[in-house]
Design a protein around this ligand. Structure first.
Ligand code: GTP
Ligand code: SPV
Ligand code: MN
Length: 581
């Protein structure tokens, strides 16, 4: 196979001249191709087959122990003008970045196969979908891209029809952390990633294309590319509302997107449209609509069990790729929080020793086709996507942020999103558990200056007739002993119900300086072991602490200088005044 598209053909030739592979393989996305690559990786040891009886068609990949998460300090946005990348990104001049990366790519595929992966982010027939081509020397990347995107023949046909695509060049290189760079050239719709085989660094359709490059394109074209799940909540009366929720990495998107209503919430149903990325457009109906550009999930394994997330637990029992989990003596996958079985081998392949740390890496992941999810919504394949009733921001905050509150209007909602802060997690290399600012959960993913991004968000007031309400949630408040105050997981539906009631004007709210907070009696806690005092503290707004928070946020905004939209400053001032008053 090859391509009739000359620019694509020429680019593959040019890359092959630089990287000097042994073979070139154009991916067609077929099941046979997937099976053949799995067989190849079983031979080379890149994959290990798991217990066939308990986990049919499941495989384990162990990555290099130095290569287990995204590397934000090695991730660059390379715009001609440094200011376009903004204080939120690491920047390199495009010419310098090309020179540096091309030197690393020089001859790097000798003895290896070069795979050409045409893929489409979004339903193939959707006007909102965008295509890309990833060139890689990693068969692990190919099989993951097959599960995560609409990959192969149909994507190539769309590329040949449209003639435009995002170019992504990837090599695992020698996995030396000193020779690892994830670079983006938004002006050239190009990505170059070298030296890592890990998800967000190597599956270029995901964070590199669908967020960093797409956010840039979205700004130019009048839409939004966001780190959001998309979920449908159907009431016992059959009314469905769609919500898009932005939480930072490993803060509960996958879990919320496939939530199972607890017994106390009989008759409610949850439909999953997406668990990580949403592209938002103003539809012909004047409403903000969302599509999920992905077709699979690359989800956090630890903590998944029959109680916290039965849908995910069942979904990953078959036809799944596991990365960096442990093993039981029977070769079943094992992870912390699985609650059944015992670890025998850890994620690095060593006999399990508690002294060596967890059996599964805290950022161990599963890859599965989204259609395996019992709550999969077929609307995920609808070219127009779904209309949003609410946008929900959230973070992992052991104190301060209440369980839920609503922004007063769109502009205030942009401030609420911009002021998201969250404790860091194992999804990125570095310290875990430190609160850092993560506006719209996009700190690692916005491909341009946050100041311009907030202006773009504010502009939707003029673009749409009917904008969703904006909310903020926090499932992670803790008591003095470090216990979570809110049970979370399936019980989060109770909070979604309040959000929907607000959207429908069915309940009132208490106005506070930070926004609209529920009256305690409007959150259904029937059947939960939550005292009135706990619910009160979950909904409390501590004015003194919020004053500090807003002062600190003001200093953060200062870094954006002149480019910061006045409107955002005004919203910030208004909250500060309300807190002072
Ligand atoms: P990325 O894939 O990194 O973008 O993460 P995500 O936002 O999809 O996070 P995910 O749903 O995988 O959750 C990450 C971790 O948070 C898991 O260990 C979950 O068990 C835990 N978690 C998710 N929801 C809740 C909740 O409501 N309460 C508590 N306490 N923990 C939760
Ligand atoms: C995240 O880190 O937010 C993820 C995993 O969803 S990765 O694909 O590695 O970005
Ligand atoms: Mn994510």
């Amino acid at each position: 196979m090859t391509s009739r598209n000359k620019p694509l053909h020429d680019w593959v030739d040019e890359v092959a001249r630089l990287t000097r592979p042994k073979n070139i393989h154009w991916c067609d996305g077929s099941q046979k191709e997937y099976d053949d690559l799995v067989a190849l990786m079983l031979d080379t040891g890149d994959l290990m087959e798991l217990n066939r009886d308990t986990n049919p068609n499941c495989f384990l990949h162990r990555s290099d122990p130095s290569d287990v998460a995204r590397v934000e300090h090695l991730t660059f946005v390379c715009t001609s003008d440094e200011k376009d990348a903004g204080p939120n990104n690491h920047w390199m001049a495009p010419a310098d970045a090309h020179r540096k990366l091309d030197a690393l790519f020089d001859g790097c595929m000798q003895g290896r196969t070069l795979y050409v992966i045409p893929y489409c982010m979004g339903p193939i027939e959707s006007p909102f979908a965008r295509c890309g081509v990833e060139i890689t020397d990693s068969p692990y990347v190919v099989v993951n891209m097959k599960l995560m995107t609409r990959m192969g023949k149909e994507a190539l046909e769309r590329i040949e029809r449209e003639g435009r695509f995002v170019k992504g060049l990837h090599s695992i290189g020698d996995l030396d952390p000193e020779r690892r760079f994830i670079t983006h050239f938004p002006e050239e719709l190009t990505i170059k990633s070298f030296g890592s085989g890990y998800g967000g660094n190597a599956l270029l359709g995901k964070k590199c294309h669908a967020l960093r490059i797409a956010s840039w394109q979205a700004r130019a074209e009048g839409w939004l590319a966001e780190h959001m799940l998309i979920v449908g909540v159907e009431s016992p009366a059959g009314e469905t509302h769609y919500l898009a929720c932005a939480f930072p990495s490993a803060c509960g998107k996958t879990n919320l997107a496939m939530l199972i209503p607890p017994e106390s919430q009989a008759g409610w149903k949850i439909w999953t449209l997406g668990d990580d990325i949403a592209w938002l457009h103003v539809g012909r109906d004047g409403r903000l609509r969302a599509i999920n550009p992905e077709a699979g999930y690359f989800g956090v394994v630890p903590g998944t069990n029959a109680k916290t997330n039965r849908n995910a637990y069942e979904m990953i029992r078959h036809d799944a790729i596991f990365t960096n989990v442990g093993l039981t003596a029977d070769k079943e996958p094992w992870w912390e929080g699985k609650r059944v079985g015992e670890p025998a081998i850890d994620w690095q392949g060593r006999p399990y020793e508690p002294g060596n740390g967890p059996a599964a890496h805290p950022n161990s992941r599963f890859t599965v086709d989204a259609k395996q999810n019992p709550s999969y919504s077929t609307l995920a394949d609808h070219p127009d996507g779904v209309p949003l009733s609410a946008i929900v921001f959230g973070g992992r905050r052991r104190e301060l942020a209440p369980l839920v509150y609503q922004a007063k209007d769109w502009a205030h909602g942009v401030l609420v999103g911009a002021s998201v802060a969250s404790e860091t997690t194992a999804a990125a290399a570095g310290e875990v558990g430190v609160v850092r600012r993560d506006p719209m959960a996009m700190k690692p993913f916005c491909g341009y200056n946050f100041a311009d991004y907030w202006s773009h968000w504010l502009s939707f007031e003029d673009r749409a007739d009917d904008l969703p309400g904006i909310f903020h949630v926090n499932w992670f408040r803790q008591d003095a002993d470090g216990q979570f105050l809110w049970p979370g997981f399936g019980e989060n539906l109770r909070v979604l119900r309040w959000i929907i009631d607000r959207c429908e004007g069915r309940v009132g709210a208490r106005s506070t300086p930070i926004g609209l907070v529920p009256h305690a009696e409007d959150i259904d806690v029937g059947g939960l072991a939550i005292s009135d005092a706990t619910l009160e503290s979950l909904l409390a707004v501590d004015t003194g602490k919020w004053r500090n928070e807003m002062d600190e946020f003001g200093e953060y905004l200062d870094a954006y200088g002149e480019r910061l939209p006045d409107k955002l400053r005004e919203e910030h001032e208004a909250v500060r005044e309300a807190l002072a008053g």
